[in-house]
Design a protein around this ligand. Structure first.
Ligand code: DX5
Ligand code: ZN
Length: 225
């Protein structure tokens, strides 16, 4: 691991999403979250196919890798992620999270490929996807990402119906003695919804608009914890 401290010592990991940063000033905006006490950098990769929006690719990850030692939590919202795992791994990702819905026939294979680069593997589920799809592969992964908005855009409202899925994942993890797995929540996180998510069992929070639009960024990050 690039960074000795992956944030494990802190109770709740805060991973601001650079989707809400100013892309003309990415370096400045990444340093801003670093100085404000963020744990990881959440990188939202969208292909205009899996989701109706296009963002950034591996070359951008490679460029920003030079400016910070913070772990990169790369969220691939793309079809056929297996084709791009190598690029994102080599660009300097610490976590690569793929969508279960994008890997109906090769979820396990894609996870194995991520792990072959000695980085952490995550699997994400959209709001309407059942937790059941991750049961079989739970023992292989390091992170479960529960989407609390339909993926595609920042700034949407937290879908309350997704809350029970957080507790469901937590129960599964406890039952299988896999306490090292991060339970990450993404979409519509603010001080109030963070409380709901962490009470349900989340220990990593992605936040885009809430962090980047805050007048006092360190305070906003602290409020999430
Ligand atoms: C949505 C992305 C999120 C998003 C979060 O598809 O995966 O990471 O940027 O943004 P907020 O916190 O503004 O909902
Ligand atoms: Zn995301």
């Amino acid at each position: 691991m690039r960074n000795k401290d992956m944030g494990i010592m802190k109770n709740i990991i805060v991973a601001p999403s650079i989707l809400s940063a100013d892309f003309a000033n990415l370096e400045r905006d990444i340093k801003k979250i670093e100085h404000a006490g963020a744990d990881w950098v959440h990188v939202d990769v969208m292909d205009g196919r899996f989701v109706p929006n296009i963002t950034i690719g591996a070359p951008v990850v490679k460029s920003i890798r030079k400016i910070t030692k913070m772990p990169f939590d790369v969220h691939l919202m793309i079809i056929e992620p297996i084709k791009y795992v190598e690029d994102f791994a080599k660009a300097g990702s610490d976590f690569i999270t793929i969508h279960a819905e994008a890997c109906e026939n090769n979820l396990e294979e894609t996870i194995d490929l991520i792990k072959s680069f000695r980085i952490k593997a995550g699997v994400s589920i959209k709001p309407k996807t059942s937790v059941d799809v991750i049961k079989k592969i739970l023992h292989k992964i390091d992170l479960v990402l529960i989407m609390t908005v339909e993926p595609g855009f920042g700034g949407q409202s937290f879908i309350m119906d997704c809350l029970p899925k957080i507790s469901e994942v937590k129960k599964l993890i406890e039952k299988e003695n896999l306490g090292h797995i991060y339970i990450e929540v993404d979409g519509g996180i603010n001080a109030e919804t963070a409380k709901l998510a962490t009470s349900a069992g989340a220990n990593a929070l992605v936040a885009g608009n809430y962090v980047y639009n805050a007048k006092d960024m360190p305070k906003a990050i602290e409020a999430l914890r």
